[in-house]
Design a protein around this ligand. Structure first.
Ligand SMILES: Cc1ncc(COP(=O)(O)O)c(C=O)c1O
Length: 356
């Protein structure tokens, strides 16, 4: 039976990418060796790292002002590395709190210096995105989260920031065009839209490197990783390779404009059904519902067990909402075909028909 994978991450990847990755596990570039048993200093792997970094630049429309790194430690390590590298000990950082991940980023930054929280949607369990805050020009940077994976809100556009904008794009990187060239720093765990778990993308504007003036351990210093061309130490070779394949797939599909169109069509199909079907309601209240993680609940919890058995019968996997929101979360990352979203909509309608 076909399984429709709505998991929030690690998440669905294109079938062709999985096939290419499987082949490289047995024979990498015709070498007779597995991708994971050759040296990362081998010229074939150096080519992979070089091409993956170049593909990120092409997709995001970046020039020489930015560097691209594939690091480890997940997006969570960036919660610490960002302030270590960008926040001066006597300076301050500005954060917008839009969910669990932003809260964690704030907590890590607070361990290193002064943090001003410009706005928060915690008062309503992060069901909306705050607007109308003003950005202090004397802060070292402004940190935002473009897509809130757990609560299902997504920034429709990015603030015009007079200070370097730092964005956690873990769950919507490469899903739509973004003004990356004007941003200071972007980071994203790979395991949603750009590959498997195990590597983290960091894009940084070169002039911000070393900005904090702090003495840092080598592995925590962006400057060290830039100098090492993202191979200061052994990189996660498999994760980087699969990320390259995923980026090549995105380019072959038509790039970020094409991803955006497909993602909008999928999300609109599902949001429309959530609005139309009297058994369900969305959890996001201000129209900032995410194109990547669509969160919704049943109006009557008594329907949960029958809905879940219909989901199972239809081969729908990974739809359970995060425990802090409850209900359901349909993650519609780039590789999710619209046909799978239609299967979910059909199940929602089948549930409605059973009630009639
Ligand atoms: C928006 C966002 N930021 C950060 C993280 C943490 O990522 P990691 O598990 O790679 O540390 C996640 C994980 O789901 C996320 O969705």
């Amino acid at each position: 039976m076909k399984i429709h994978n709505f998991s929030a991450g690690p998440a669905i990847l294109p079938r062709t990418v999985l096939e290419q990755a499987s082949a490289a596990l047995l024979d990498f570039n015709g070498s007779g060796l597995s991708l994971i048993e050759v040296s990362h200093r081998d010229k074939d792997f150096e080519g992979v790292m070089h091409e993956a970094r170049a593909a990120v630049k092409r997709l995001l429309g970046l020039g020489d002002d930015h560097e691209v790194l594939y690091l480890q430690g997940g997006a969570s390590l960036q919660f610490a590395m960002v302030p270590m590298n960008l926040l001066r000990p006597e300076g301050k950082a500005a954060y917008v709190n839009t969910g669990t991940w932003a809260t964690k980023a704030i907590e890590d930054a607070q361990k290193l210096g002064k943090v001003e929280i410009l706005a928060s949607s915690e008062d309503k369990n992060f069901t909306y995105l705050p607007t109308g805050y003003s950005i202090p020009v004397d802060a070292d940077y402004l940190h935002v989260t473009s897509n809130n994976t757990i609560f299902g809100t997504q920034m429709p556009h990015f603030p015009e920031s007079p200070i370097p904008l730092v964005c956690d794009m873990s769950s919507d990187i490469f899903s739509r065009p973004v003004p990356a060239a004007s941003m200071g720093l972007i980071y994203a765990g790979a395991q949603k839209n750009m590959g498997p778990a195990g590597t983290t993308l960091v894009v940084i504007r070169k002039d911000l490197v070393g900005q904090s003036g702090r003495k840092l351990h080598a592995m925590l210093d962006y400057g060290v990783h830039i100098k090492g061309q993202s191979m200061y130490n052994t990189p996660p070779v498999f994760a980087v390779y699969v990320s390259l394949l995923t980026l090549q797939w995105i380019e072959a599909q038509g790039g970020l404009e094409a991803m955006d169109q497909r993602n909008r069509a999928k999300a609109s199909l599902l949001y429309h059904e959530i609005e139309r079907n009297s058994l369900f309601r969305p959890t996001v209240t201000d129209g900032t519902g995410s194109l990547m993680n669509v969160t919704f609940v049943l109006n009557n919890e008594a329907n949960a067990s029958i809905f879940e058995s219909l989901l199972k019968k239809a081969g729908i996997s990974g739809l359970k909402g995060h425990r802090s929101v409850g209900g359901y979360r349909a993650s519609l990352y780039n590789a999710m075909p619209i046909e799978s979203v239609q299967v979910l909509v059909d199940v929602m309608q089948a549930l409605e028909n059973q009630q009639a």
